[in-house]
Design a protein. Sequence first.
Length: 283
Amino acid sequence: MTSPRILLRAWQVPPLKQLGQHFLTDGATAAAIVHRAGILPQERVLEIGAGLGALTHHLSRSADRVYAVEKDKRIARLLAAELTAARSDNVVLINADVLKVDIRRLAAGPEGRLVAVGNLPYSISSQILLQLIQERAFLKKAVLMFQKELAQRLMAQAGGKDYGRLSVLLQYCARVRSLMDVKAACFHPRPKIDSQVLEIAFKKHIQPAARDETFFIAVIKAAFSKRRKTLKNALSASPLPVDAATTVKVLTDSGIDPARRAETLDVAAFVALSNRLYPLCRP
């Protein structure tokens, strides 16, 4: 791969801080990420934030087709030239905001669901992750690079300070494991902290399952909205249509002490709580 520093200088394209642009510069690291992702020859890949193509070139050699999404028009033009020079004919470059990409349409066809791969911009990592969770019916798995502090939050277990809304939601619908760490020195410009690559394997069958996932998400959000408050106070003060007395009864019936805090509940407990609250909160 051509050095990102050389490419950016030659094209007179400075990285944009507001887009969180940190380009992977180490070819061996890029190759290792794609290798550990285990992409099969018949699979199609949705690459999120293709950038200068560090991962794109390796993905094109492993997958049947790569939909490389890049929001920055300047970078997309540069990448298009690089892909043409490399004769990467199985890469479809999409110059768009990934949050507006129709994943369902890309996944249509006999090949089935996509594999999402990408180095996510820190500023919108959570938004992208929520989008992928919502569209997971069209995804086999996701192999994503996050700044390490967010990766630790996603894998955190109940009871820890890093455990939060995203931890619960992601672990509800997927199995998450770390594939590798990536040092900050492997990027240009260099970020302040290291990164971590996670494999997110979406579950085909969820047990126990929430009766209504939209409501389940609302319960999680309400519970964590006031982390220092007890579950009784956090839920009864939230937009959920339940008063303090009802909250106490539902928590007790779910086997949960109303004085506990959200970070002490595991995923199964949140599902049980959501399922008991759901009939009381339906319009």
